[in-house]
Design a protein around this ligand. Structure first.
Ligand SMILES: *Cc1c(COP(=O)(O)O)cnc(C)c1O
Length: 365
């Protein structure tokens, strides 16, 4: 069999370690997972209730077009339903877009480090990947513009960026958008939108869609909404473009339970508001810890923080793992001396910080 040559060097996505596996491996009975930027408070009660009320519908295929969720979300965002494309998580949307646009001979421009799936999917399609180093955790938009040529199909902006938590502000984004040629699709991955949305200079990208038909925004129910297990992500863009790439989408790619839960979760904006506030306070716990120990970090506008421990991120990761906390080593994320920690509940943060403090104190002696 002739597997595409570019697959031979690709590794499957390395997810945060599953809780059950860590329990077994280390003989622990309490595990806290702060590795995948999941909502530590779970999801809205309204979403749970809606799923419970629909348990007799599981035999029936979902509405492939997600009509009900589509109408609700369109109204929530102030766009037309035809401007939305749903995916089995925004990972799936990334896959749909790369399948539709990339091929050998084409190229795509992105930051480095950033979310791994842009590159992964581009490599599968045999496209050239042009990576531009971050500057202080943020996109080097000018550097990225310089990489564009007539064969460039997609330019990716992850804002706030995973794993640094830094966003591209309004002014910078406007200047950038004006300079991207019309043949290039600009993807704004806003997986952490809800956490940054209230910042004064965080761009309102939905309002820019009319001016830039080549702009596409990605968002998800996996992070702030706490529905990562149900896999609902979506793109907001130009109706015409979305209609053209629609044939790539698997007919039932967003499932019945996910659609029901996401739809109900949208009705509970108080839940999101409360979580965003608690997340902000949680970040303060980590900032204080970093400042006390003179550790550098990026002020984060997501529900995670990347901390530079100036020692192997893998080792810090293992130290915490043995003590019941799963975090993400910065090593596979492009920051070998850092660790990315999802902000947990006040108590989880406190316990984790106590362990880290003990680790640092012991290293001093
Ligand atoms: C988590 C994440 C995604 C993927 O989210 P899903 O909707 O669960 O597939 C996409 N982009 C970024 C930057 C993320 O952090």
């Amino acid at each position: 069999m002739n597997i595409k040559e570019q697959l031979l060097n690709l590794k499957p996505y390395q997810p945060g370690k599953p809780i059950e596996e860590v329990k077994r491996e280390y003989g622990l009975d309490k595990i806290v997972k702060l590795a995948s930027n999941e909502n530590p408070y779970g999801c809205s009660e309204k979403a749970k209730e809606a799923v419970k009320n629909n348990i007799d519908s599981f035999a029936i295929y979902p509405d492939g077009y997600a009509t009900e969720l589509r109408e609700k979300l369109a109204k929530h965002l102030g766009v037309d339903g035809t401007q939305l494309l749903f995916g089995n998580g925004s990972d799936d949307v990334i896959h749909i877009i790369t399948t539709a646009l990339l091929a050998p001979g084409k190229n795509t421009v992105m930051a480095n480090p950033t979310f791994s799936q842009y590159k992964h999917n581009a490599v599968i399609e045999g496209a050239e990947v042009r990576e531009v180093e971050l500057i202080e955790g943020n996109h080097d938009l000018d550097g990225m513009l310089q990489q564009i040529d007539e064969n460039t199909e997609i330019i990716w902006v992850c804002s706030p960026n995973n794993p640094t938590g830094v966003y591209v502000n309004s002014d910078k984004l406007h200047r950038f958008l004006k300079q991207v040629p019309e043949h290039v699709l600009i993807i704004m991955d806003e997986a952490y939108y809800e956490f940054a949305a209230k910042e004064q200079d965080y761009p309102n990208t939905v309002s820019l869609l009319n001016d830039y038909p080549n702009l596409l925004i990605l968002r998800t129910f996996s992070k702030a909404y706490g529905l990562g297990g149900l896999r609902v992500g979506y793109a907001i863009g130009n109706s015409d473009f979305i209609n053209k790439i629609e044939p790539v989408r698997q007919p039932f790619n967003s499932n019945r339970v996910g659609q029901i839960a996401a739809s109900a979760a949208l009705d509970d904006q108080d839940f999101i508001k409360a979580y965003v506030e608690k997340n902000k306070q949680g970040l303060q716990q980590f900032y204080k810890f970093c400042e006390e120990h003179k550790l550098s970090y990026y002020p984060s506008f997501g529900n995670f923080i990347l901390i530079n421990f100036e020692q192997s991120g893998d080792e810090v990761f293992h130290y915490l793992l043995e003590r019941g906390f799963i975090v993400r080593s910065g090593n596979p994320l492009g920051f070998p001396n850092s660790v990315r920690i999802t902000v947990g509940t006040e108590e989880q943060n406190r316990e984790l910080i106590a362990l880290l403090t003990e680790m640092l104190e012991n290293q001093k002696n």
